[in-house]
Design a protein around this ligand. Structure first.
Ligand SMILES: *Cc1c(COP(=O)(O)O)cnc(C)c1O
Length: 377
């Protein structure tokens, strides 16, 4: 059987390769919000090795990771206070690097299998979940139940189970804060551990004034260093030290952990993270208008916290995205994204390249791409 998703990626990678050859990287606009990046401090370049690298970078990642994942980015940020709290966090918590968020989730679920967890429950702001969680449960034969209904989840929570909460979906729909608090509290009163899949949520939720997952009491949290961040595609997993040690150790056996170059880039990203940059993107999204779309039936604009989605029929959405890639050099998840990840046509102003293009360039490209697709029919 042909793997259509893989064929799509192979095709779009070839198209992109040719565009890069012809136009150069500077004339390509990655508006996915997942551009990633690989900045590494000069002094760390000597340690991109198997043993010296992790020896140096895992400790740095631990401290910067915990500091970041406890930072709510609200006004009262007292530096001295923060350093003292970091020492406290380091006693009972730990942060580690995985190759991807999906790898961190797989390593966690392998560990849960070892612990004979009877069921993994998953509360999502909107179904479906990212494929990595149900697929990991499936290969390990762990009963899995996912729902966007809090009552359904609450009714199923009992000792011996494990709860995952998705903080923000692939389409950037955010979990409800009160429901989250209720779930964490109820889980803890039943001795059930909670992991937050905060791939993009660790930033998107904070824009909405929500606290970090660890500050809400989640036992574990994972976030993607390339989502609304300029880091490599990697998963930062943190929380309860004992659990993290078990999960990381399991990850090492399966080759899921981040290697030295990725660890070094993760450290750089955390040290240089700017929440203001994300706030600026949020403001641009708020000001963004696209009235011209009214002229089209069945096509509509949906804002996300830091960008927007053009809702239309999936096949058309892909054709428009392909047109955007070929003729306007605009990269979207719809064309380039991972297999089975959400393929809605979405644009994110936190992308590095978003600063290179005006709202008008983006809108005109989209309108012309839509017209081209309609006229081809
Ligand atoms: C992106 C995403 C993942 C997976 O991240 P990768 O780095 O691509 O493995 C998992 N869960 C959610 C909610 C996501 O948005």
């Amino acid at each position: 059987m042909k793997d259509l998703e893989f064929e799509r990626i192979s095709n779009t990678r070839e198209i992109l390769r040719n565009i890069i050859k012809k136009h150069g990287r500077d004339n390509i606009y990655d508006l996915t919000g997942l551009t990633g990046g690989f900045y590494i401090e000069n002094k760390n370049l000597d340690f991109l090795e198997t043993y010296t690298g992790p020896a140096i970078f895992t400790e740095k990642l631990n401290r910067h990771g915990l500091a970041y994942l406890h930072n709510d980015f609200n006004e009262d940020s007292d530096i001295k206070n923060k350093i003292e709290s970091l020492e406290e966090y380091c006693k009972s918590e730990m942060a580690v690097g995985f190759n991807r968020t999906s790898s961190a989730l797989l390593a966690t679920i392998i560990t849960l299998k070892n612990k004979k967890i009877s069921q993994i429950l998953h509360y999502v702001p909107e179904k479906p979940s990212h494929p990595s969680i149900p697929k990991s449960c499936n290969i390990l034969n762990i009963p899995y139940y996912e729902s966007d209904n809090i009552e359904e989840i609450l009714a199923l929570i009992e000792t011996g189970k494990f709860l995952i909460i998705t903080g923000s979906t692939m389409n950037h729909k955010i979990v409800d804060l009160e429901n989250t608090k209720k779930l964490i509290e109820y889980c803890h009163s039943n001795n059930v551990n909670v992991l937050f899949d905060d791939a993009s949520g660790a930033r998107i939720r904070l824009l909405n004034g929500q606290p970090t997952a660890l500050n809400m009491g989640a036992d574990l949290v994972v976030t993607s260093m390339d989502k609304l961040m300029t880091g490599p595609r990697a998963g930062l997993l943190a929380g309860n030290k004992e659990l993290i040690k078990e999960i990381y150790s399991e990850g090492l056996k399966y080759g899921l952990e981040a290697q030295a170059p990725i660890l070094a880039a993760m450290v750089y990203t955390l040290k240089n993270f700017s929440f203001d940059r994300i706030k600026k993107a949020q403001q641009r999204a708020i000001n963004f208008t696209f009235d011209e779309l009214c002229n089209y039936d069945n096509i509509s604009l949906e804002k996300t916290p830091t960008g927007f989605i053009i809702n239309m029929e999936p096949k058309k959405s892909f054709d428009v995205a392909l047109e955007l890639l070929k003729n306007y050099r605009v990269i979207t998840i719809t064309t380039m994204g991972m297999p089975d990840a959400s393929k809605t046509l979405r644009f994110d102003f936190t992308s590095k390249d978003a600063d290179k293009v005006s709202d008008n360039y983006i809108k005109n490209s989209i309108l012309n791409a839509i017209l081209a697709v309609i006229n081809k029919k």
